[in-house]
Ligand binder design. Structure first.
Ligand code: TYC
Length: 112
């Protein structure tokens, strides 16, 4: 910016550019989260479910075993909470893995 222009525009004095600042913040929404659930059934071996929880949900053996028992007793449990795309991928991975091993294990997702 040239100095003379700067001085002219600043030097005219007065409150001529005082105004109300409108809210220009862009509304940001946190992306929705999705619960991934596994369901109990009478046929999938307990060890297989434990393996699934270790392999796809990063649980250690003790955590995986405990959660498997929760599903076995209660019928269903949340195994993780993720963004839509990650949840979708986890469900697909578990369903594919169960199918390839011919176990009827069911895995679903729902909006939190
Ligand atoms: N109920 C199964 C059995 O007794 C074990 C099982 C646990 C299956 C959790 C599915 O999501 C499940 N072999």
């Amino acid at each position: 910016m040239r100095a003379d222009f700067y001085m002219m525009s600043e030097g005219t004095g007065g409150d001529d550019d005082v105004g109300v600042k409108l809210d220009t913040r862009t509304k940001t929404k946190r992306p929705p989260l999705y619960k991934v659930l596994i369901l109990n059934d009478d046929y999938t071996p307990m060890e297989f479910v434990v393996h699934v929880l270790e392999r796809f949900f990063g649980m250690n053996h003790a955590q995986a075993f405990e959660l498997m028992l929760t599903v076995h007793k209660k019928g269903i449990a949340v195994v993780g909470v993720f963004s839509f795309e990650i949840a979708e991928t986890k469900v697909a991975q578990v369903m594919d893995f169960a199918q390839r091993h011919q176990h009827p294990l069911q895995c679903t997702m729902e909006k939190e």
